[in-house]
Design a protein around this ligand. Structure first.
Ligand code: UTP
Length: 313
């Protein structure tokens, strides 16, 4: 029987410095997008793709994450007594069966590649997914599910990719395209955070991967790369060179970079607008704000024109 992807690694051991001071005491993954923590979106996406075992690579100060997926007997009893069955139903999304979730420690934040390698004993010898919870993807069919379906045909290693603008490219791992087959792209490899001049394409890797166990073995021999960190892309490149089995998948949907403040705010607005219970009131607020910003813009453009005219230039 052909192997299925049933295990996923969630590297959550980063320092989250872009969200300090909030992340001094709260893991980034617990920050709520509307009313659900980032990690909930990621877990739901993984479940939809058939994942049964959830492996979190954590660090000190992440106990709120473990509590989030645990029972909350007092809270549940209280809600039951008050007959709040609708709220109890919402809480069910946080339920992961006993034994389905594992937490392992990355003792030092040595990079994403190092974090993934920490899971090697639990993955053993099967293909697995990696999801970075700060990338949230809104899509009709969840992103990882799209990738798993494509992977059933290709096998090997697959990374989620999206087109980005020139001024963004050096913030990403970038695909070196061999053969572009529309949604599916075969790759010669990946280049981590290249300069614009060195970027081999405009296809950027997002935080969704399906990897072979070989990548785990290679990671353990990978030396620190860009930024002094052990890079996942370097180990994937070993497979690209020796096995020619690396693919990009242009997923359908919109990805939000919730690891950055601007991306998090964009996601908050878009997700809130989709909520029936918030939609009308929030949409009105956004329209008024947009109108006000538009007026301010017109005003400052007008002022500039007036200044230009008055100085005769
Ligand atoms: P980021 O590059 O977003 O780093 O990591 P970060 O520490 O989370 O956030 P900033 O940049 O300081 O604000 C991408 C993903 O890789 C994980 C992070 O937890 C995040 O999910 N990661 C990164 C690790 O688990 N360990 C590491 O050593 C580095």
């Amino acid at each position: 029987m052909r192997q299925k992807i049933t295990k996923a690694v969630f590297p959550v051991a980063g320092l989250g410095t872009r969200f300090l001071p909030a992340t001094k005491s709260i893991p980034k993954e617990i920050l709520p997008l509307v009313d659900r923590p980032l990690i909930q979106y990621c877990i739901d996406e993984a479940r939809a793709a058939g994942i049964k075992e959830f492996i979190f690579v954590t660090s000190r100060g992440k106990s709120a994450l473990e509590d989030y997926f645990d029972n909350a007997p007092e809270l549940e009893k209280n809600l039951r007594q008050k007959g709040k069955t609708d709220v109890l139903e919402i809480l069910r999304a946080t339920d992961v069966e006993s034994g389905g979730i594992a937490y392992i420690r990355q003792k030092k934040a040595l990079g994403l590649g190092h974090a993934v390698a920490c899971a090697h004993r639990l993955i053993a010898n099967e293909p697995f997914a990696v999801l970075l919870p700060d990338d949230v993807v809104a899509a009709d069919k969840p992103c990882l599910q799209q990738m798993v379906e494509a992977w059933e045909e290709t096998r090997g290693n697959m990374v989620g990719v999206m087109q980005v603008d020139d001024d963004q490219i050096s913030s990403y791992g970038v695909l070196d395209v061999k053969d572009d087959m529309n949604r599916l792209v075969s790759a010669r490899g990946l280049v981590e955070k290249p300069s614009l001049a060195d970027a081999p394409s405009r296809l950027a890797v997002i935080g969704r991967y399906i990897l072979t166990p070989r990548v785990l073995r290679d990671l353990r021999n990978t030396q620190p790369g860009v930024g002094g960190e052990i890079q996942l892309t370097d180990a994937i490149n070993q497979s690209a060179i020796e096995e020619d089995n690396v693919y990009g998948y242009r997923f359908e949907g919109k990805r939000y970079d919730c690891g950055s403040k601007a991306g998090f705010l964009e996601a908050t607005v878009d997700f809130a607008l989709k909520r029936p219970e918030l939609g009308d009131q929030f949409a009105r607020f956004i329209r008024l704000t947009a109108g006000r910003l538009g007026a301010d813009e017109l005003k400052s453009a007008g002022l500039k024109t007036a200044t230009l005219k008055s100085t005769g230039s």
